[in-house]
Structure formats: C-alpha cells, structure tokens
Design a protein around this ligand. Structure first.
Ligand code: ZN
Length: 199
C-alpha cells in the first residue's frame, strides 16, 4: 500500500480516476502534473471547472451542453430546423460540427438502450425526440454508433418514429463497426452523412 498523499490530494486523485480513460495510476500522474504546474494548469483548471459548473446547462430542446438555453445551434435561424440528427452524446455532435457537413439541428439522446446495463427508453431523451419529430420535422438522421447497443437503439427509434410522417435515415457504414463518432476524421463523417439511407 502506497503512503497516503494527504486527504485533499487523495480526493483529487479519486475524482480524477473517475474520468474516462484514467485509472488510479494515470490519475496520480495527472494530479502530480497539476500540482507541479500550479499557475499554468492547476489554478486555470480550477477556475474553468468552477465556471463550467456555474454556467453550462443542457439545452432544453436538444440536450447539448451550452451556456444559453436554447443552445447556439437550436437558436441559429440559418440552420434547417426540419432536419434533426440524433446522436448518443455531445461528443458526436461536436464531431459532426467539426466536419461542417451538417446544417440541421441535433438531438442528444444521453446514452443508448442497453438490456445488459438496464437502460430503457425512459432513461434517454426519447419522448422529447418523438415530440420534436411530430412538430414540423422532415427528416431524422440516426447517427448512432455501429455497436450492438447503437443499432438496437436505432431500430427502436425507427419504430417509434414510423407513422409520424418523418423520413428516418441512418449514416452509411463508412463508420467502422464499433466506431465512436468522435474518433472519426471529418472526411469519413462527410461521406457517411452524404450516403445516409432509410433506417
Ligand atoms: Zn439545443
């Protein structure tokens, strides 16, 4: 057992280790890096975290994090409000935005259906999507991961949206199986979006 670094630092390490991709060992390294670079890293990060916690909320329309509600995308009149792209999390939205290929709006589900993890439709922003689809939407593009849960969710949403009069499409499979959207290069996203097909 390693000697304790003191309760404050242990707490910092404990919180850091809950971040995706950081285990206890890398959390320790990150904590040390922060402590070593107090002015360049630790203090600006603390201020940024406090500001984010105080100002950033989920958009009540699409679920994306932003400092305003509705968010910048939902309040942008230059975007096609009748075209909605459904993503798992905001990371996929940011990837789509980096590609610059999509001029519609988004709907962030907040996760995927998962029988294994006991995630049902009520845990996701499904009802909100069905409601938006019924309110003047022309097309819903399902941009969900090519994983079992992603495809289960896509099927479920296509069924829920059938009969609402909207066209439901999916990204073409330039997206690698098991691939997370936010890992893709912009060109792949542009292609997958252009070649979308009925879901
Ligand atoms: Zn929004």
């Amino acid at each position: 057992m390693a000697a304790s670094a003191g309760p404050e630092i242990e707490r910092l390490i404990g919180l850091l280790s809950k971040l995706p991709g950081l285990g206890p060992r890398s959390a320790r390294r990150a904590a040390l890096a922060l402590l070593k670079r107090r002015e360049q890293l630790l203090e600006p990060l603390a201020a940024s975290l406090a500001e984010t916690a105080a100002k950033v909320r989920s958009c009540s329309v699409c679920g994306a994090p932003d400092t305003r509600d509705p968010c910048a995308i939902c309040s942008d009149d230059a975007r096609d409000g009748a075209l909605i792209c459904v993503v798992e999390e905001a990371g996929a939205l940011w990837a789509m935005e980096r590609s610059g290929a999509f001029r519609g709006r988004y709907h962030v589900l907040g996760g995927l259906l998962s029988a294994l993890d006991g995630v049902g439709p009520e845990a996701l922003r499904v009802a909100e999507l069905v409601q938006r689809a019924g309110a003047g939407t022309r097309e819903v593009v399902l941009a969900l991961p090519a994983t079992v849960d992603g495809q289960t969710t896509a099927h479920y949403l296509a069924e829920r949206l059938a009969g609402s009069g909207v066209e439901v499409t999916s990204l073409a499979r330039g997206v690698p199986v098991g691939g997370d959207l936010d890992w893709l290069d912009d060109g792949t996203i542009v292609q997958a979006l252009r070649a979308r097909r009925p879901a």
